[in-house]
Design a binder for this molecule. Structure first.
Ligand code: NDP
Length: 300
């Protein structure tokens, strides 16, 4: 492997430390404790694991964590009533409704019912519009984490060619907006892109957010490029024993690492940054709600 490993776990730890320092300052100097409310509907086991780790990380950063666990058959009206209560609760600065919601609930309606100032996931249509027009917004956590790692590695991103593979509302599109905001020349690729390998070979920065295990091989990567692998895919790992599995990204790590200048691993790359950025967004929301200076380096 010749690429530099971008250690998301270590970087996330520094972000969490910065958050904790700022939280301590808010408490000491202003008597404020940032509060994050997470709402989960139904009993999807993976979602419950995510929610537990978000709550634990919130408390570890010195913030208030509130979890609302609702039954799978909760009505839309009941969920909207809870969101409204959280919108008006002054001790809550961030609200996250864990997705996906059960099929009878309209996700767009619920997300757009959250006060945009408390929308720490950055999915509210107002935040999407603010980001798209280069204004101050709440930025989705996963692309924010990718941006922080890219800035840390490169310093300035200005003028670099960036290719984002994937155009989802939660990763691909906001990632492209953030890179454009940092003056990259941005291409968004997707399942209908013609000659994807040639498109990717042009890139100084490749962000893969596809959800297809090891789809991007090393011979698509321009020598020296930076590869940010957002994908999290579980595949069979018979070499570990019968029925065993392992996590891989959307990029074929070994071959990409031979060509790239820098690369994030899976696991231990983008994943840990997502929770760290949720904490960062919560402290940012608390500062904005109280017209206080925002922590440096924790926003886009
Ligand atoms: P989506 O399924 O919403 O979007 C996938 C995107 O990939 C789509 O735009 C799709 O194109 C594109 N795509 C699919 N197949 C191809 C192909 N063969 N060639 C080019 N593009 C293709 O996924 P998400 O954005 O939600 O997530 C992407 C990955 O990131 C997943 O593995 C997910 O688990 C992971 N993830 C990781 C997070 C983390 O914290 N590390 C957080 C969020 C997601 P089209 O639009 O044309 O269908």
């Amino acid at each position: 492997m010749s690429a530099t490993l971008i250690d998301g776990k270590a970087f996330a730890a520094t972000v969490r430390e910065k958050v904790a320092t700022h939280v301590a300052r808010l408490k000491d100097e202003h008597g404020l404790t940032p509060g994050l409310a997470v709402v989960i509907v139904g009993d999807d086991p993976a979602s419950h694991v995510y929610v537990r780790s978000k709550g634990k990380a919130t408390v570890e950063a010195g913030m208030k964590s509130v979890e609302h666990r609702l039954d799978a058959d909760t009505s839309e009206e009941a969920l909207l009533t809870l969101v409204e209560q959280l919108n008006t609760d002054p001790s809550i600065h961030g609200i996250l409704v864990q997705l996906p919601l059960p099929g009878h609930l309209n996700e767009d309606l619920v997300i757009n019912a959250i006060d945009p100032a408390k929308d720490v996931d950055g999915f509210h249509i107002s935040n999407v519009g603010l980001l798209g027009t280069g204004q101050k917004s709440m930025v989705p956590c996963t692309p924010l984490g990718c941006l922080m790692m890219l800035r840390d590695h490169h310093g300035s991103l200005s003028g670099l060619d960036a290719v984002v593979i994937g155009r989802s509302n939660i990763v691909g599109k906001p990632m492209a907006q953030l890179l454009l905001g940092d003056s990259c020349t941005v291409t968004i690729a997707h399942s209908r892109t013609k000659d994807l390998p040639e498109v990717v070979r042009r890139a100084d920065i490749v962000v893969a957010a596809v959800g297809r295990p090891e789809m991007v091989p090393g011979d698509w990567i321009k020598p020296g490029a930076t590869v940010i692998d957002v994908g999290i895919n579980r595949i069979d790992a018979p070499e570990k024993g019968e029925g065993k599995t392992r996590l891989v990204g959307d990029c074929h790590f070994e071959s990409c690492a031979e060509v790239a200048g820098a690369i994030t691993p899976v696991p231990g790359g983008v994943g840990p940054m997502t929770i760290a950025c949720l904490l960062a967004n919560t402290v940012t929301a608390c500062c904005r709600a109280n017209s206080l200076a925002e922590p440096e380096g924790l926003t886009a």
